[in-house]
Design a protein around this ligand. Structure first.
Ligand code: ATP
Ligand code: MG
Length: 509
């Protein structure tokens, strides 16, 4: 006879029994927040509760996002920024390593700062910070990015020269600088060191030469993005709506990391002065996506901001494919972590040991589809519910892509007066599709045209576009209808058609 005995029982009887395990999700009172004060993210997997994120119950507003490529990190970040702006009027600064957010920011009428492609950031700018503190911050950035900490004498020479450059411009080191007084640049610092070297009285000229060489990396002709007068007003940046700091134009990782560190330092200082007031919501969100140098170094301001969380009225969002690039202090101190699909054992081990979730959740994370996520929240209350729960899907804002037909070729080749046509026509995806439907295009042809746009950065010349129409069996009449729908003058349409017709040598058209 077996030791176990089956028993028939009604489900209402089971419901009355108490279970030893905890419920698998936090209670609705924690997950459901006032929609005017919280950001809707998605519904939970088990009880299907609509989860909205608010910082009211958690230790700080900072967020980490991890997941493999294509798992939906950037999509989540964009969704979050849009809703935060809607709810609290939150501004956002995206430190855009690989130019991943630029198009989206442009479409959202944000501001784009292109370092290395026309914009400059003088790293000696004070932005209201006393020169003595700013000098320390610059030294801190050099310590993270170069080998300067291994050479104490070179470190001392560099620090002194930076301070001297401020004093020479009439600043007093410990004082808050006057509003609009312009600071020195790295060129001034290098010149001071060179002068000293040429005087010939300094005992260790090799040390001096090396100190000069190190700074020169950031001041070479053609690469002096950090040693010229700034084109960006850092003081205003934190409250300028959506701002993309595009770093893709900088020559290497070191230059990109320097830019990111400087931006963070200045923002942190500004925010530290203002403090975080729960009632005011989030003033600014700063996004670091794949900024490994910045998120992985103990000395970086990203780590300090997260550690000192509550002092700041801005949230830091750190996103990465590789969680081991994010410093453990960040993981164990951010108020919220979104874990999207993560596959590698090493990464899963790292997150699981930092956040302490069950093997069942670990297993789920490795099988997540796009947009599915586990959420870890550091609640302020004593926990009687699990800190980690999973979401069916992050419910996001679909990106509004702009499709562009470039008219430059028509304007130049067709000898058309430049005043009579715009340089391009722009459409949202549905708008473009509707126009194609109007000229009776079938679904397959339409998909092939949209994918041709996608593969060319969503911008195609009018010439190529008409070629595509022809290839997808549109006749002259359809093309004329399309051009008319753009309000192009009849005379010009005739010219375009004959020009294109010539190109096809009387072929298909
Ligand atoms: N929650 C979601 N709902 C619908 N579509 C999504 C969702 N998350 C991501 N996507 C789509 O999946 C694709 C990849 O997403 P995304 O660019 O955010 O990935 P990622 O994690 O940032 O990747 P990478 O590390 O390569 O930057 C995009 O086309 C995006 O629109
Ligand atoms: Mg991404």
């Amino acid at each position: 006879m077996s030791a176990l005995k089956l028993q028939y029982i009604m489900s209402n009887e089971i419901a009355k029994r108490s279970f030893f395990s905890r419920p698998p999700e936090p209670p609705a009172s924690i997950l459901l927040n006032d929609p005017y004060k919280a950001i809707f993210i998605g519904t939970t997997s088990i009880f299907k509760v609509p989860f909205s994120w608010s910082f009211e119950n958690i230790t700080n507003p900072h967020i980490a996002v991890v997941g493999i490529t294509g798992s939906g990190k950037s999509y989540f970040v964009k969704t979050f920024l849009i809703r935060a702006n809607y709810i609290w009027g939150t501004s956002a600064i995206i430190i855009d390593w690989a130019s991943e957010y630029k198009d989206w920011v442009r479409q959202s009428n944000g501001k784009i700062v292109s370092l290395g492609k026309g914009d400059y950031l003088n790293i000696l700018d004070l932005s209201g910070i006393p020169p003595i503190n700013r000098t320390k911050q610059i030294m801190n950035a050099l310590e993270i990015l170069t080998d300067i900490s291994l050479f104490p004498e070179q470190r001392r020479l560099t620090e002194e020269a930076i301070e001297q450059s401020y004093t020479n411009m009439g600043f007093r080191l410990p004082d808050v600088p006057p509003e609009d007084k312009e600071g020195p640049t790295l060129h001034n610092v290098i010149a001071l060191l060179q002068e000293k070297l040429q005087e010939g009285t300094y005992e260790y000229p090799a040390e001096m030469e090396n100190a000069i060489y190190r700074l020169r990396q950031f001041a070479r002709e053609g690469q002096d993005f950090f040693s010229r007068k700034s084109t960006i007003d850092m003081k205003k940046l934190a409250t300028s709506g959506l701002v993309d700091i595009d770093l893709s134009g900088l020559p290497d990782e070191q230059h990109r990391a320097l830019a990111a560190l400087v931006v963070l330092q200045i923002l942190k200082e500004k925010m530290r002065i203002e403090g975080w007031n729960m009632n005011k919501g989030l003033k600014t969100l700063v996004v670091l996506d794949e900024a490994w140098k910045i998120a992985g170094d103990e000395k970086s301001d990203a780590v300090m901001i997260v550690r000192e969380g509550r002092k700041y009225q801005f949230g830091l969002i750190v996103a990465s494919q590789n969680p081991t690039d994010i410093h453990e202090t960040i993981f164990s101190n951010v108020g919220t972590t979104f874990i999207l699909r993560t596959r590698f054992e090493k990464f899963l081990n790292y997150i699981q040991s930092s956040l302490n979730f069950s093997d069942t959740i670990r297993e789920e994370i490795s099988r997540f589809g796009v947009g599915q996520a586990a959420v870890d929240m550091a609640f302020q209350t004593n926990l009687s519910f699990p800190q980690v729960f999973t979401l069916e899907k992050i419910r996001g804002e679909e990106p509004l892509y702009v499709y562009r037909i470039d008219m430059t070729d028509i304007l130049t080749k067709g000898e058309i007066d430049s005043g009579s046509l715009p340089r391009d026509y722009q459409f949202e995806a549905t708008e473009l599709k509707n126009k194609l439907i109007e000229i009776n295009m079938g679904a397959e042809s339409m998909a092939s045209i949209v994918s041709a746009f996608d593969s060319r950065n969503r911008s195609i010349s009018m010439h190529d576009f008409i070629d595509l129409l022809v290839k997808n069996s549109s006749g002259t009449r359809d093309i004329v209808t399309f051009l008319k729908s753009l309000s192009i003058d009849d005379v010009i349409i005739t010219r375009i058609i004959s020009e294109i017709g010539d190109a096809h040598a009387g072929g298909v058209m």
